[in-house]
Design a protein around this ligand. Structure first.
Ligand code: COA
Length: 173
C-alpha cells in the first residue's frame, strides 16, 4: 500500500477581503480553511468601492488577535489585482465563503474573471458559510453597533473591544 503523503491537501491558500471589521463569519471560514492548507494567508484589501471604517493597521491587528489560536496564518495587506498577488506569492488556492444564493452571481463572475487571470496556476474554492453566520456582513455589524444593538458573538471579542474603544474615543471620553 502506498504511504499517505504528509501534510495538508493544500499548500498555500489565500482568503482575501476588506475585513472592515473581521466577523464571526470570516473567522469560521478562516478556521475551516486553515485545516485544509499548510499556510493560509489572510489578505486585507482596500476595496475602493467602499469607504473604510477601520484603518488597514487596525484591521490587520484585529485579524491577528482573532486568529491567535491558529499556527498557520499569515496576515498581509495589498492593493491592486488579487490575481497579481496570487501569482507573485505562489498561491495555488483562493478561498471564498458563500453565504447565500445572493452571493453566487457575484462570486461566479469574480471566480471566472480570476480564473482567466490565474492562467491555470490557481483555483478558487468555495466554503459554504455556517448558516448561523449567513446574515452577517461587516457593514451590518457596524450599523447595528452604531445604533446600540448587541453584536456580541457575531464579531470576535477583540473586535467588539476595538469598536467600543473607538466609539469612546470618538465621543472624546
Ligand atoms: N461571513 C460573514 N460576512 C461575510 C462573509 C462571511 N463568511 N464573507 C463575506 N462577508 C461580508 C464581508 O464582510 C463584506 O461585508 P461588507 O460589504 O459589509 O463590507 C461582504 O460580505 C462582501 O464580502 P466580499 O465579497 O468578500 O467583499 P470584500 O470587500 O470583503 O472583498 C475583494 C472583495 C477585496 C476580495 C475583491 O473586491 C477583490 O478581489 N478585490 C481586488 C481587486 C481585483 O482583483 N478585482 C478584480 C476581481 S475579478
Amino acid at each position: 500500500m502506498q504511504k499517505e503523503k504528509e501534510g495538508k491537501p493544500l499548500k498555500k491558500a489565500l482568503y482575501a477581503g476588506s475585513f472592515d471589521p473581521i466577523t464571526a463569519g470570516h473567522l469560521d471560514v478562516i478556521n475551516r480553511a486553515s485545516r485544509l492548507c499548510d499556510v493560509l494567508v489572510v489578505g486585507v484589501i482596500h476595496n475602493p468601492s467602499k469607504a473604510s471604517a477601520f484603518s488597514g493597521d487596525e484591521r490587520m491587528d484585529m485579524i491577528r488577535k482573532a486568529t491567535a489560536h491558529l499556527s498557520n496564518i499569515q496576515i498581509d495587506r495589498f492593493d491592486g489585482l488579487l490575481a497579481d498577488y496570487v501569482l507573485k506569492h505562489d498561491i495555488t488556492v483562493v478561498i471564498r465563503g458563500l453565504r447565500a444564493t445572493m452571493d453566487f452571481e457575484y462570486e461566479i463572475q469574480m471566480a471566472q474573471m480570476n480564473a482567466r487571470l490565474y492562467n491555470n496556476k490557481a483555483e478558487t474554492i468555495f466554503l459554504m458559510t455556517n448558516p448561523e453566520h449567513s446574515f452577517i456582513s461587516s457593514s451590518l455589524m457596524r450599523e447595528v453597533f452604531a445604533l446600540g444593538g448587541d453584536i456580541s458573538g457575531l464579531v470576535p471579542d477583540c473586535v467588539l473591544e476595538m469598536m467600543k474603544s473607538k466609539a469612546l474615543t470618538a465621543k472624546g471620553e
